[in-house]
Design a protein around this ligand. Structure first.
Ligand code: AMP
Ligand code: MG
Length: 418
């Protein structure tokens, strides 16, 4: 165990230690339809121009623009019609002066033509078509490669694949894409007082909520949660459970990392030869937090208190998962905004506090309204909230109207019903 393990670290120091100790996961190829929310592990360029040929952006007539100069309702210009070009067909005739071709939206622009007149600006005529409005060269034409040129890299490794990326990859005929592997995250709850969700709740017991909230957080990060259930407060049982967790890429435990008589997680980790990096972080909620590498796998001994457990996950395990999944460094941590505080608040002043708050955005300004109950066990403060207001060490009160720093847990205004 190195010297830093005993010292109480700042959140930033602890995050740096965690992030330095994990590396990017391997790559796998998946069908495009299964790639949503995954992180691209290759730069992508199309093998052909997109769109693949010049085409019409309207229904109308493909013309030579100079043929239409001066055309108006009163003085239309008359053009012969060579053929009709529905979308998906190849034109057969070359457009020459005095001639045009009827063309549909998306259809291949015929050779010779350099513009398209919208059908709304034309009139049928026995010997062809009357153009009622002049067009300029290039008007209503979508040029070959104007979206993306052959070989032009437009999607980059580290990009999260969303609907837009999926559409573009489909347009490139990429039916398979290389993405980062999703880490398997083992979740182990510890504690003699903890019972399963469907067990009888007898006096002295509490329900295991941590395994569920953590699995949800892991899923939200696109990881694969593996539930290992509950280990009793015994060294043997905890050691057995932790050993079985090592087939995962990351291990999360909850409870048993504080200074109580039955807090065995630390002892077990040391006995198993873990390379422990720290035990405590200067923050509330969530001071007890064990972090180390066990057989090279990141191990987070999260606190048992339900809110501490979730906030510690968001501040430490989530960034580690995002680094492993190939995100770029500026996407590892929760995004930060400045918000106007809508209520007075108080804090202990002894360490940095993260207060759960509802963040809204009105006319370009963020507002933060902190939840009433801020206890580390008050799980209700994690509902209807989507942000964490940061209150630094030494500060014991912040008046309403102040500018505060907020970490966003979800999009402002979303998931935070009034
Ligand atoms: P510990 O860190 O083991 O001292 O636990 C701190 C607090 O968290 C205690 O009040 C525990 O009852 C509670 N706790 C521990 N594990 C869980 C769990 N899996 N679900 C909900 N609460 C828990
Ligand atoms: Mg316990």
């Amino acid at each position: 165990m190195d010297m830093t393990a005993d010292r109480m670290l700042t959140v930033e120091e602890a995050q740096e230690i965690v992030l330095d100790s994990v590396s990017v996961s391997g790559i796998e190829r998946v069908p495009l339809s299964e790639s949503q929310d995954r992180v691209l592990a290759e730069d992508v360029a199309p093998r052909f121009d997109v769109p693949p040929q010049d085409n019409s952006s309207v229904d109308g007539y493909a013309v030579i623009a100079t043929d239409t100069s001066g055309a108006s309702e009163e003085a239309p210009c008359r053009l012969e019609v060579l053929e009709e070009i529905p979308a998906g067909t190849v034109p057969t005739a070359h457009v020459v002066p005095g001639k045009s071709s009827r063309i549909m939206t998306g259809a291949f622009l015929p050779g010779g033509a350099d513009a398209v007149v919208m059908v709304e600006n034309t009139r049928q005529h026995a010997e062809g078509v009357e153009i009622l409005k002049a067009v300029k060269a290039g008007q209503n034409v979508r040029y070959r490669g104007e979206d993306v040129k052959q070989g032009q890299r437009v999607l980059f490794s580290g990009t999260e694949i969303g609907p837009g990326e999926i559409g573009l990859l489909a347009a490139f005929q990429r039916s398979q894409v290389a993405v980062r592997r999703r880490p398997a995250v083992a979740i182990l709850s510890t504690g003699d007082e903890v019972v399963e969700i469907d067990e009888r709740l007898v006096p002295g017991k509490i329900v295991n909520s941590n395994s569920y909230s953590l699995a949800a957080l892991v899923r939200e990060c696109n990881g694969r949660p593996v539930n290992l259930g509950i280990a009793r407060d015994s060294e043997a049982e905890i050691a057995k459970a932790i050993r079985s967790a090592l087939s995962a890429d990351i291990v999360l435990s909850t409870g048993g990392v504080s200074v109580g008589d039955y807090d065995y997680v630390k002892k077990v980790l040391e006995d198993l030869g873990a390379d422990m990096r720290f035990w405590r972080v200067k923050m509330k909620p969530g001071k007890p937090l064990a972090y180390g590498l066990l057989q090279g796998k990141p191990f987070f001994g999260l606190p048992g208190n339900p809110v501490s457990c979730m906030v510690s996950f968001l501040l430490f395990a989530r960034p580690a998962m995002r680094k492993m999944m190939g995100y770029s460094p500026h996407d590892w941590r929760l995004p930060t905004v400045q918000a106007e505080l809508e209520n007075d608040l108080t804090a202990g002043g002894d360490r940095r506090h993260y207060l759960r708050a509802r963040i809204t955005c009105t006319e370009g300004r963020f507002y933060a309204s902190t939840a009433a109950g801020q206890g580390s066990g008050m799980l209700s403060s994690m509902t209807g909230t989507n942000g964490l207001v940061v209150v630094e060490t030494g500060i014991t009160s912040v008046p309403r109207g102040s500018e505060v720093q907020v970490l966003l847990m979800g999009a402002a205004g979303q998931g935070a019903a009034r």
